[in-house]
Design a protein around this ligand. Structure first.
Ligand SMILES: [Zn+2]
Length: 688
């Protein structure tokens, strides 16, 4: 059996094998389906259309492909990378079981790209009587292929044109067929031919360039009436036909054919250039992220140093090196562990300086030692067993939003650590976006600043942030959750320490003498609105939260935090608490209650409002890259809030992650890519 796969390696169901070990030709059955795709400079040409057609072929045989688009794409890139071959045709061969095509081979095949002389002179073709069973499906038929090969060799022809039982010419054995007469193009009806990807492109391009196309049966008897003939295909582009049997055409000098050929080549080149850019854009995003999460950077609230842990400094140094590598020359880390870098403007126009900020530490709530990220390909909506030994399962029953990501690739933990998407996804996304701008200098942009901060998770991320040195007009933290999140409102926050002094007397002789501070504490709390507590509030509803209490008869202390998005309501809550203390002091006739109250942070909205365009632009950027903005108030504080009050207005944008700070943390890869696109889009929108 002949070996079809060339070069050293092929990919079978996602794994790389030596072509001397595995021979896909051995598994070929008549029901197999396949696609041939041309690789140009490492880019699979018109890949989306080929995959779509592969699925259609499967469908025509009442089967499904068992792999996602992303998987097929990753197989192709594995093949290209392992062979280091960048300009050749590949074949995707899918072999079916009962219901599915579940054996997927991807390999390079012998390719022939016609030399210039073929285009200049046109090619010789012959007619061949046969008919495909299912003309629209690309099904392997070895017998026919062999018979045609023989015929071509014998007749010294480049292609055989198939003729059906009605005497109509339908298509080439490996190409689609077009005739030209009086500036019009004629081609056999779609129902009777294999719908080539190049054919489809040609029809699109004709439409866009006002070239009329007529689909009709073309009888062998009438071919001499046409001015020109050409065939199209993956390897041949638009190839003029000089002869069909012994009928001659001036195809290589036909104006319509020449024009169409030029238009097609231009489209092909544009496609490759566009894809190369996109590939570059996301190229290292996931590799970066996987590398970052494996570096442990847990912060520590017990520590008195800046940053709170040395591991964050190690990570900061790695990030500085990486920023330098992508071309940000001034990248540096200061003694407190803050990484800053600049992408200089590439225009003189007056464009604001925009900052992007993410934090390097991960939450002390869960260990980040030996993070072992798992990539779940083509998530099917079922339970994900993160750790079978410990029976740790990430289930849509507990996290129904998982269902939104069916068909996507997810990155999860192995159930023993947190993931650290909060906020290493933010870092990977920012660096990838900046790298894209560095590599695409034709995109005009103003100065872009980048900062990676330590100790966000222990509330110190803004402490030593040098806003002046950073020098941005405004910034975005990339530190939110699910795709689309956009936040610019957070709580106003204060804490209150309520100290109650009692008077202890022997309980047997306590009448009118004892003051039990515990009972006063209970009364105190009961006088606050019972429904304004975390367990009864959501959205914009504020609360009093009693988060600690300790005491005895002699002295009791209550610790509250007070939260509200609305500044007036926030002040009102604080007043109410003070009033309760006053009332009880009056009631007892003695000042037994002392309240120590202090504001902690404020709603950044007040600082964002005067520059609300920064939210509007972020919203617009999301919509333009196909993300629905989810704007909601943060029920907490952020470093961005503190930075806003330090003079750097700073809304928060999604990273794409879910279930932060715990073992069920996960992030869909597509959401990460969207975050990169949003960052780039914001920069572009401000440069308009
Ligand atoms: Zn975070």
């Amino acid at each position: 059996m002949d070996k079809e796969a060339i070069f050293n390696f092929l990919v079978y169901n996602g794994e790389v094998y030596s072509t001397s070990e595995v021979n896909p030709a051995k598994s070929i059955k008549n029901s197999s389906i396949y696609e041939v795709i041309r690789i140009i400079e490492g880019i699979p040409l018109y890949l989306e259309e080929h995959i779509e057609r592969l699925r259609k072929s499967a469908h025509l045989l009442n089967k499904k492909l068992s792999v996602s688009d992303e998987e097929i794409i990753s197989y192709i890139h594995k093949l290209i990378d392992s062979n280091k071959e960048y300009n050749n045709n590949i074949k995707i061969l899918c072999i079916g079981s009962e219901n599915d095509f579940d054996e997927i081979y991807v390999y390079f095949i012998k390719s022939f790209y016609p030399p210039k002389s073929f285009y200049k002179e046109g090619i010789h073709t012959v007619l061949y009587k046969t008919e495909r069973q299912k003309p629209n499906a690309k099904i392997f038929n070895k017998n026919l292929r062999n018979l045609i090969s023989e015929k071509l060799q014998k007749e010294k022809a480049f292609e055989a044109l198939l003729v059906n039982k009605n005497g109509d010419i339908t298509e080439g054995s490996r190409s689609n067929l077009f005739f030209v007469k009086d500036e019009k193009i004629y081609t056999p009806p779609a129902s009777k031919v294999l719908l080539g990807v190049t054919r489809k492109k040609i029809l699109d391009l004709c439409k866009r360039n006002n070239i009329e196309v007529v689909e009709k049966d073309i009888s062998v008897n009438e071919i001499a009436e046409y001015d020109g003939v050409f065939i199209t295909g993956t390897s041949i582009d638009v190839l003029p036909v000089k002869t069909i049997n012994n009928v001659k055409f001036d195809s290589s000098e036909n104006n319509i054919i020449l024009t169409l050929s030029k238009i097609y080549i231009k489209d092909r080149e544009d496609y490759v250039n566009q894809k190369r850019k996109e590939m570059f854009k996301m190229g290292k995003l996931i590799d970066r992220f996987l590398k970052y999460v494996k570096m442990e950077t847990t912060s520590n609230s017990e520590s008195q140093t800046y940053p709170s842990t040395n591991s964050q400094l190690d990570f900061a140094r790695v990030l500085v090196e990486e920023l330098k590598e992508i071309g940000l020359k001034d990248a540096s880390v200061d003694s407190n562990g803050y990484v800053m870098a600049t992408l200089p403007a590439n225009t003189d126009r007056d464009i604001p300086t925009i900052g992007f900020i993410a934090h390097m530490d991960t939450s002390p709530d869960m260990t980040a030692k030996n993070v072992n990220p798992q990539i779940i390909k083509n998530y099917d909506g079922s339970d994900l067993v993160l750790n079978s030994e410990k029976n740790i399962v990430l289930s849509p029953k507990d996290f129904p939003e998982l269902k939104k990501y069916i068909g996507e690739d997810l990155i999860t933990t192995d159930g023993t650590t947190l993931l650290g998407a909060d906020d290493k996804a933010g870092i990977a996304e920012i660096i990838t976006a900046i790298e894209y701008l560095v590599n695409n200098p034709e995109i005009e942009h103003g100065t872009v600043k980048v900062a990676f901060t330590p100790d966000e998770e222990i509330g110190r991320g803004a402490d030593k942030f040098d806003v002046e040195k950073f020098g941005a007009d405004f910034a975005y933290t990339i530190d939110g959750g699910e795709v689309g999140e956009l936040e610019y409102e957070n709580f106003n926050a204060a804490y209150a320490k309520v100290k109650i002094k009692g008077r202890n007397v022997h309980p047997g002789s306590a009448k009118n003498k004892m003051i039990n501070s515990i009972l006063i504490a209970m009364k105190f709390n009961s006088m606050l609105p019972a429904n304004e507590i975390p367990a009864h509030t959501e959205g914009y509803e504020g609360f009093y939260h009693l988060n600690d209490i300790n005491g005895n008869v002699e002295e009791t202390t209550l610790y509250y935090i007070i939260r509200d998005h609305d500044r007036d309501k926030f002040e009102e809550k604080k007043r109410k608490l003070m009033k309760v203390a006053e009332y009880l002091n009056d009631d007892i006739g003695e000042k037994v209650i002392e309240v120590e109250m202090k504001d902690q942070y404020y709603n950044m909205k007040e600082k964002i409002k005067p520059v609300i365009h920064i939210v509007e632009i972020a919203e617009k950027a999301m919509k333009e890259v196909g993300v629905t903005p989810i704007i909601k108030p943060i029920r907490g504080g952020t470093d961005g809030a503190r930075l806003s009050y330090m003079g750097l207005p700073c809304p928060n944008i999604f990273t794409g992650g879910h279930n932060f700070h715990g073992k069920f943390e996960y992030i869909p890869i597509k959401s990460m890519k969207k975050a990169v696109e949003v960052i780039i889009k914001i920069i572009k929108l401000y440069s308009k």
